[in-house]
Design a protein around this ligand. Structure first.
Ligand code: HDE
Length: 749
């Protein structure tokens, strides 16, 4: 058959699958109303975008609804063509003077192909280079209607969004689970213009003035001489900077806490960090801080898991995000606002709202929910969407305005400027993922990579040649509101307000709000990081900073480093703890958790039933067997060669565990304790790690003997049930607390 017929068959088969998947009768299909879980690893054709998401591809650069130009699509037709559309018969052989002869310069297809390839890479982001993004929908509750005129916050309005999560320090190919701050940037394609909320998973920042940003990043990035270490803060220049610029101590303690190593993007809070100003229809204003609250709660990795994952699965967070979306466990957050009166002092409960190194504890200003974000679609093309998305704090719709926070003011310059190099020119807003969904009629013209074919002759105002178009909007047409905030008559100075000099009280507040096990993790993190520093003077200076936070913290880290404990240089702040800052002691829905299930070749029925129970509970089973292929009718997703405990949240051992192959050494061989080969040593390692990382473990039937053999039976968080179903039920209960905290010695201190 002709190649074109084969292609036609393939295309038709794929289209039929998509049609099936879209049928409202299929659980989980859009419109069916019953999102169901499916194998994250089963490949399927991408679903077409949902109608309500109105993807940017369907818009022209000017936002016109009709006449979508054919060039908006990446590919058309079934035949391979040149970039100019000429059909090609061969792309595997260059044009040569004879089979053994030189390649001819006239081979235009070869030169076009290689030229394009040579320029496929663009500069990575100077910070936040490593990330992952997804599409979704934001639905407003309407609770902020009285505070802002922003249309997307009116009741039940649905707004398409694109979210990009990231680490800060690492390069584009660096590991996901390093200890670092995470970016949480959201683009709301609102009907009144795009709103970008460019936040982090930590509510404070290292510096109070944007002018220091290049300095803190130079200090955090790898050393300029040898370009190491990659994607981490455990090195001399970072600790040199933060111990000298003590305003960084608050952000640093968050990094040293478990917040620096999130379990998943799905289990991170997000914060706008700065204070913003909302304005309503009547022109009244309030000051607000934005918060994202994850439906699954705030959870973190243990440091050992994070380190293992950096090698075993450097894409762990990216994979987790995409697997969750593809399996139907859509990640969810609630957007909340802390609302403060807009007073001339711009202060609340003694906290300067313009200081980005300070939080307002939630106990003093409740976070009020205003809407819900659901991520439900993975990118179609990573480069086109995730790499080319460009966020900017100045992308503001009417109803949201900025404040004088000096960090925020600097960012208002940086995010536009950086795209000129990264996306090679001023027209990056025309890239599909960056196109507004609101109609655009600007007077910007020309420039590199201009995509729009602008009509008219008068891109200036007023004009008499284009009928006066475009026209200025007023209040009635919902024009952007620059809130006329009074600027004090003041001298031009390079200086901060005096309140910015308090660098320690909130560091202590954070420390005091942690439970014993979280404090223990913080101590270990500082000891690890400073242990990687070579210069003695830097360690001593950082210990001096810790002395001003807490004597126990300082003493424990000093002991770990083998250094003397310094005295504080100022009195310790009197602060009230904020329990909302702790991750321990809450119970969360365990939806979307990964359940590893170790199985042998028998008991296929039991495993099938268990798998169904896990799916029904909104979680995802991972079947781990000695070999690939199938167990009964169940597909094996990991073998003992590819599975490692760090991938899942809980571990179950099925009733019929596999025997150990003779060829593998067992740890007992090493210990000289004989050769009990009743359990595969790789299964023993999984159990060992899962136990050490305080994960729930369960077994039933003969599986219980495996736990016995691993030496964990009868310890907290290890359940032996009658059947797969009741073992899973007990494990499910344990997952609500995320970890079996009692297993960490410090948790009982
Ligand atoms: Fe950024 N930041 N930043 N930042 N930032 C960038 O913009 C900058 C800051 C944040 O997924 C850059 O497009 C300055 C705070 C996120 O594409 C750049 C200052 C917060 C992302 C830039 C800050 C952030 C960026 C690099 C100090 C949390 C990734 C590429 C005044 C509230 C966005 C780019 C994405 C990215 C500058 C501080 C969050 C260079 C000058 C505070 C989530 O423009």
């Amino acid at each position: 058959r002709k190649p074109v017929e084969v292609v036609k068959d393939v295309v038709e088969a794929a289209a039929a699958k998509v049609t099936d998947a879209l049928s409202p009768d299929v659980p989980g299909a859009p419109g069916s109303g019953t999102p169901s879980l499916a194998e994250p690893t089963t490949p399927h054709d991408p679903l077409p975008p949902k109608k309500e998401q109105g993807t940017p591809e369907t818009r022209t650069p000017t936002g016109a609804e009709t006449g979508v130009p054919p060039t908006a699509k990446g590919q058309q037709g079934a035949y391979l063509t040149t970039a100019q559309g000429a059909r090609l018969r061969d792309t595997d052989h260059s044009l040569k003077a004879g089979a053994r002869g030189p390649v001819l310069l006239q081979d235009h297809h070869f030169r076009e192909k290689i030229m394009h390839f040579d320029h496929e890479r663009i500069p990575e982001r100077v910070v936040h280079a490593r990330g992952a993004g997804a599409h979704g929908v934001f639905t407003s509750y309407g609770t902020a209607e009285g505070l802002t005129r922003a249309g997307f916050l009116k009741k039940n309005v649905e707004t398409p969004v694109f979210v990009r999560f990231s680490t800060v320090l690492g390069s584009r190919g660096s590991a996901d689970t390093v200890r670092d701050t995470r970016g949480f940037a959201t683009k709301f394609y609102t009907e009144e213009g795009t709103f970008d909320l460019v936040g982090n998973n930590i509510p404070v920042f290292f510096i109070q003035d944007a002018i220091k940003f290049p300095d803190v990043i130079h200090a955090g990035k790898p050393h300029p001489d040898r370009e190491i270490p990659q994607a981490q803060s455990a090195h001399d220049t970072f600790w040199d900077f933060v111990s000298l610029h003590t305003e960084a101590q608050h952000h640093t303690i968050w990094n040293m806490s478990d917040r620096g190593i999130p379990r998943s993007y799905r289990t991170m809070e997000g914060f706008g960090v700065h204070t913003f100003r909302l304005v309503n229809d009547a022109g009244e204003t309030v000051l607000v801080k934005f918060h994202w609250k994850p439906k699954l709660g705030v959870h973190s990795l243990t440091w050992e898991e994070a380190q293992l994952l950096s090698g075993l699965d450097p894409d762990f967070h990216r994979r987790d995000l995409y697997d969750a979306i593809e399996s139907g466990a859509f990640p969810e957050w609630e957007l909340g606002l802390q609302v403060f009166p807009d007073t001339p002092e711009e202060t609340f409960a003694g906290v300067d709202l313009l200081d980005p190194t300070k939080i307002v504890p939630e106990e003093l200003a409740e976070v009020q929910p205003v809407g819900r974000l659901v991520l439900n679609r993975t990118p179609t093309n990573f480069f086109a969407e995730v790499e080319q998305v460009a966020f900017h704090l100045g992308h503001l719709p009417p109803g949201i305005d900025v404040t004088n926070d000096p960090l925020l003011q600097g960012r208002l310059f940086s995010y536009l400027d950086t795209q000129l190099t990264r996306l090679a020119g001023p027209n990056f807003h025309q890239i599909p993922v960056n196109r507004p969904h609101a109609p655009v009629n600007d007077m910007l013209r020309d420039g590199f990579h201009q995509q729009a074919v602008h009509a008219g002759v008068a891109p200036y105002r007023p004009n008499s040649l284009d009928g006066g178009n475009p026209f200025p909007a007023g209040d009635a047409e919902n024009a952007f509101v620059d809130v006329p905030v009074r600027v004090a008559e003041a001298p031009k100075i390079r200086q901060n307000p005096a309140s910015f000099d308090d660098h320690y009280s909130q560091v202590r507040l954070f420390w005091q709000s942690m439970t014993p096990v979280e404090k223990d993790h913080i101590i270990r993190a500082y000891t690890f990081e400073l242990g990687k520093v070579y210069e003695q003077a830097i360690k001593e200076r950082q210990l001096q900073c810790l002395a001003n936070v807490d004597p126990i913290l300082c003493a424990q880290v000093a002991t770990g480093l083998g250094l003397p404990v310094p005295e504080p240089t100022q009195p310790l702040a009197e602060v009230a703890a904020s329990p909302a800052l702790s991750q321990v002691g809450h119970v969360w829905p365990p939806d979307g958790r990964m359940i590893g299930i170790v199985v042998g070749d028998d008991d296929a029925d039991g495993v099938t039933a268990l798998r169904e129970a896990v799916f029904a509970a909104g979680m995802v089973p991972l079947i781990i067997a000695p070999h690939g292929g199938t167990i009964g009718t169940v597909t094996v997703q990991r073998t003992f060669a590819t599975a490692r405990s760090v991938e899942f949240d809980a571990l179950l051992v099925a009733a019929a565990p596999p025997p150990a192959p003779d060829a593998l050494p067992s740890r007992d061989d090493k210990a000289g304790a004989g050769t009990d080969r009743s359990v595969d040593p790789r299964v023993l390692m999984m159990i060992d790690e899962a136990w050490r990382h305080a994960k729930a473990i369960g077994a039933w039937g003969d599986g219980a003997a495996v736990l016995q053999r691993a030496g964990v039976a009868g310890t907290p968080g290890v359940v032996a049930g009658e059947s797969g179903a009741d073992t899973f039920a007990a494990v499910q209960e344990l997952l609500g607390s995320h970890r079996v905290w009692q297993r960490f010695p410090a948790s009982v201190a």
